[in-house]
Design a protein around this ligand. Structure first.
Ligand SMILES: [Zn+2]
Length: 342
């Protein structure tokens, strides 16, 4: 089969479109003919090399996959060849305490497609049966690939971690990111008032189209000042954040009393200062979040099938141009998901 993979870590040039062996399935696995694979920032970290993570090389990244079942092992009962499926990105053991509680991403064996197993930058990928979900409603393959990772992440951040309640005020940092564009929509469904930030006016227009009530251009305006103005000095109840150091202080200052700041990433760096007095005095919470469980994906998929939530797609590239797709992601000139077509 053809795949876009790397033999060494480095800049985008290490990504090569080439022949790779087709995966061999176990009895409880399926082989999926990939129709679309969405990029995530994780793909770039993995290609550059994450400290302490030993990937087998050559390596195929890609965590968000949709396609057709090409082959099913003898123990597989729930899907069959020809079925249209999307793959839940997180792979867990299914039989530990965390897995029993539905906390897949707390499983000690947790990994993602494209991390410690090969991912979707390829014509075929193998998957445990339990990770395959029928594509719901009339979603096409592109929409199905654009959904899983960011909707699981945003869902887990807003509900499981931040405990979002109807009618609260939510600040979403980075509206153009996959997580940001999902979080705006999910928060709006609960009746929240949503303030979204982005670094360009064209992205802010798209954020409004997704439902954001107020927008802040964080390359021209102060997030903290604008939030103070927009909330009558009250601050917001929940902040969804994945940028880290560059926005940390502005976010923390923007929290209302009892506000919750939930973060799932550190694209600008992970070392921040914390004013502990302002933490306890205002009874604020700082929460970490990482992926989520299959049940949370099911909940989001039900709403996607009803078109109450929608996949946000920026562009698609043929798999041969995986390097160009990653360059686009690095450029930050996108809104929503970037897809590859094998
Ligand atoms: Zn487990």
């Amino acid at each position: 089969m053809k795949a876009a993979r790397f033999h060494e870590h480095g800049s985008v040039e290490v990504l090569k479109y080439e022949d790779a062996p087709e995966p061999k399935i176990q009895a409880n696995e399926i082989l999926v003919k990939v129709k679309a694979c969405a990029l995530n920032h994780l793909d770039l970290w993995l290609r550059m090399g994450v400290r302490g993570w030993k990937l087998h090389l050559p390596h195929i990244v890609g965590s968000d996959i949709s396609g057709e079942v090409a082959e099913a092992g003898p123990l597989v009962t729930r899907v069959k060849p020809g079925d249209r499926v999307l793959l839940c990105p997180g792979i867990s053991c299914g039989q530990c305490e965390a897995c029993f509680k539905g906390l897949d991403s707390a499983c000690r064996d947790y990994t993602l497609f494209g991390v410690f197993v090969d991912g979707g930058y390829a014509q075929y990928v193998k998957s445990p049966e339990v990770n395959a979900f029928p594509i719901p409603g009339d979603l096409d393959f592109d929409e199905a690939a654009a959904v899983p990772l960011v909707f699981i992440t945003a869902w887990h951040m807003l509900f499981a971690r931040a405990g979002l309640k109807p009618g609260e005020e939510v600040l979403v940092i980075g509206a153009g990111s996959g997580v940001g564009s999902a979080a705006i929509q999910i928060a709006k469904l609960t009746g929240a008032r949503v303030i979204a930030t982005a670094g360009a006016d064209w992205k802010l227009e798209k954020a409004r189209a997704l439902g954001a009530d107020e927008v802040i251009n964080h390359s021209q305006q102060s997030i903290a000042d604008e939030v103070r103005r927009l909330t009558n000095k009250r601050g917001v109840d929940v902040i969804v954040e994945h940028v880290g150091a560059a926005v940390w202080e502005a976010c923390f200052e923007s929290l209302a009393t009892y506000g919750r700041l939930v973060t799932c990433g550190v694209t600008s760096g992970g070392e921040v200062k914390l004013n502990v007095q302002a933490l306890f005095g205002r009874q604020r919470s700082v929460l970490g979040s990482f992926m989520g469980g299959k049940g949370e994906l099911v909940e989001a998929l039900n709403l996607l099938a009803q078109r109450k939530l929608k996949a946000v797609i920026d562009a698609s590239f043929p798999l041969q141009e995986a390097a160009a797709a990653q360059r686009k992601m690095e450029s930050r000139e996108f809104f929503g998901k970037i897809l590859l077509h094998p």
